[in-house]
Design a protein around this ligand. Sequence first.
Ligand code: PMP
Length: 441
Amino acid sequence: MDNINDKIENNLDYSYFINPLSSRRRPALTRELTKLAYLAPKEAISLAEGMPNESTFPFERFDITMKDGSVMSLKGSTLGAALQYIPTQGYPPLLKTLKDFTLKVHNPPNWNRSDVLITNGSQDGLSKALEMCIQEGEPLLVQNPLYAGIEIIISPVKSKLLPVDQDQYGLNPEELRSTLEDWKEKCLQNESYKMPKMIYINPTGSNPTGTSMTLERKRQIYEICCEYNIIILEDDAYYFLHFLDELVPSFLSMDVQGRVLRFDSFSKVLSSGLRLGWVTGPKQLIQAIELHIQSSTLHSSTLSQVITNNLLQSWGFEKLLEHFDTVSAFYRARRDITIEAMEKHLKGLCEWTIPAGGMFVWIKVHGVTDVYDMLMNRGLKKLITFVPGHAFMADPTKACNYIRASYSKCPPKHIDKAIKILGELIREERELLRIKLENCT
Ligand code: PMP
């Protein structure tokens, strides 16, 4: 077998991916000095920092009681650090912990040319990565259906979404190739058309379909992206929330060319209110996103970062991974209850793929062309809420007969009831359509 180091070919020209708006960003001297202040020896004297003096803050100590009964205390210099400004890239001890963790889990082949950046959750990283690259009218390849958070980032840019259909194993490589070939043809015919520079993929426990991509698929897609010079946005918010026997290696783990930006998030496994995620990828792209953060939030919440770092330090990676397994087991049990209810109440009315991870099941309704009114009018009146599939389609204006059901928060005893009502609703809708059709003929 080839040594992976022999395959590293990082000669990408990242300026091709960074648009003029992003390339005009320059580092703020004050932010750069904050970075230096963190690295400076203890005896260094600084009158440079524009930070408030934390001794004036009203907080003396934070005691956080954990579910295992232990208490995490933030006091003294740790509390001082938690209440203060930090370098944009992240709280240095957490940044180091996340780098070590990423190396342990993914062992990225291009690690020496990669960097990590802490964000306010992965939505923040994704929006800044897209803003760094996509310009008005330019195309973005997306898995279809896709996480609704992407459409809202790019619709103001008037980007054209190039949808690539999925099956039970996620995005289909053959579909990707034919979408690219068709688009290439259009570009040849019309100079104003450009080839896509990025693809958005949510590979594990995908939102909204619950599907997970196989390793073979990832390899094929990676190769196609190399061929067409495309950056992969690997949004893996549910990576540790999988129901498979083992983790499927990530796109980052096979990225010999430096064309993957990977988005991880603590939202589903520690707390979404912490608003913490991290982006890993080529230094040049990470730096462009960092400069955007310098101009917006300055950095993600220090308090959240310090709490998270203390937790990771006290647990170590083994316990963290054990915690992820516990969280996965919780969702797997909820998934099973949901599928059981669907077998009972929706058989013959709908079809679905059993989710391989995440919190969602994607339901195709038979005999109904559009579920919007059924759910948003009659469904809400019956006090059940499901998301109409339109919310996740590259073209949300088209009729859609899919529904996203989430099994994360609904108590098990209510899942069965809601699915039963959904079955009744679908039957009623089909009856209404039948009567309508009869009246037309
Ligand atoms: N990506 C996907 C696929 C998601 O489902 C979500 C949250 N629903 C996000 C990103 C954003 O998560 P975060 O809280 O990390 O911003």
